[in-house]
Design a binder for this molecule. Structure first.
Ligand code: BGC
Length: 381
């Protein structure tokens, strides 16, 4: 009973401080640049840092989109492990990419006494009502990896720099083909992500902001003519969807023996679909294929020469950052953010912490993925 009362008091104080924090996003604390995100807790400013402080306890709801994609399993596991180690009870749920299922899972978290929610949404625009419920119950929400749109219940956002993911993919293509000097033309096809995922547009725009000028100059040619985001998007980021679209493109535009030089793919699940389509339908010299996430299947393909690069987003880094933010929110301390300009969810800019994505290919995978303990060699055989 008294515990309950304490909870209510804590939530009220917390909500007041959240309101203060969120109401003045302009004054939201600009933390040190992304380099600090991996720094151990005791390297940070002692007064505000609560990561090392004993957790207040309580239950944290963690809503993940699906178990189908490798990364979300890792994200969920890391979050659970780290939150439990910090003394929280964890309600971790996966929603099979089903929006309604995710909504009811979040409702259960709210009704089940969670004092903070960490949500990687399936469709960023579909959580409005349940977010209102969270707000009503004074439960702070951290949008995890994907921004929750059109809701003022979102307190903070933690992700990797999504635009930078795209620019790294675009720059890799420009550098590898020496587009500033080469005459070309090089044929390229584009495969982007799910339109309901706010990140998908950032990945696409980051890459296109690098590559568009070469398209304009005629150095890059998109034979299918499909360049607009809506034309190249992949529903639910599904490998099968990316594969069947690429099969159509190959049979329509490349069956005459035309060379395909570049497959710009926003992530690994879509890259895998493109690689499957190429394996079955394309006999020319293998194109550059980009990706993101360093999923095991894709790293294996990188080692086999079927994918050129990926972007490594160390889910352990993101999980640690989010656990730190949960602790800061629940103890009413200043919350560690490093971007207060980029991510407007339609209700205003959400104070964000952006971790830095890292370029990965067959040359540096050992150091990045094996030496860091992310995978074992056996995982990649
Ligand atoms: C994530 C990517 C992931 C994609 C598909 C995006 O929101 O940022 O890392 O590949 O979703 O799950």
């Amino acid at each position: 009973m008294s515990k309950k009362l304490l909870g209510v008091l804590l939530a009220t104080t917390m909500f007041a401080s959240l309101l203060a924090g969120c109401g003045s996003t302009a004054a939201a604390p600009e933390a040190a640049p992304a380099a600090t995100e991996a720094a151990p807790a005791d390297d940070a400013a002692p007064a505000d840092d609560t990561a090392a402080a004993p957790a207040a306890g309580g239950k944290v709801g963690v809503a993940m989109p699906t178990k189908d994609l490798q990364r979300w399993n890792q994200d969920g596991e890391n979050m659970q492990k780290e939150l439990e180690a910090a003394g929280y009870e964890v309600d971790l749920q996966y929603a099979s990419n089903d929006v309604q299922q995710q909504v009811s899972q979040i409702e259960n978290m709210i009704n089940g006494g969670c004092s903070c929610l960490v949500i990687a949404s399936i469709d960023g625009e579909s959580l409005g009502t349940v977010m209102d419920m969270a707000k009503e119950a004074n439960i702070p929400v951290i949008a995890y990896d994907r921004l929750i749109m059109k809701s003022d219940a979102v307190s903070y956002y933690a992700t990797f720099d999504n635009y930078m993911v795209g620019t790294k993919q675009g720059e890799y293509i420009a550098d590898t083909l020496d587009l500033d000097n080469a005459a070309g033309p090089f044929n390229m096809e584009i495969t982007a992500g799910d339109p309901g995922d706010n990140n998908a547009n950032y990945f696409y725009s980051g890459a296109m902001d690098v590559l568009q000028k070469y398209i304009d100059e005629g150095k890059i040619v998109v034979k299918s003519g499909q360049t607009a985001f809506a034309d190249v998007a992949t529903a639910e980021w599904k490998t099968e969807n990316a594969q069947s679209r690429m099969e159509n493109i190959l049979s329509t535009y490349y069956a005459d023996g035309s060379k395909l030089d570049i497959c710009l793919c926003s992530n690994d699940s879509t890259a895998l679909g493109v690689e499957n389509a190429l394996a079955a339908n394309y006999t020319g010299e293998y194109p550059i294929v980009t990706g993101q996430d360093c999923d095991k299947a894709n790293v294996k393909n990188m080692l086999a020469g079927k994918q050129s690069m990926s972007i490594f987003k160390d889910t352990r880094t993101l999980a640690s950052q989010v656990v730190k933010m949960v602790g800061q929110i629940l103890s009413g301390s200043e919350v560690d953010v490093n971007d207060t300009e980029t991510y407007d969810n339609g209700t205003g800019v959400i104070p964000s912490y952006l971790c830095e994505p890292v370029f990965a290919d067959a040359n540096n995978y050992k150091e990045l993925l094996i030496d860091s303990g992310y995978y074992t060699e056996a995982d990649l055989q």
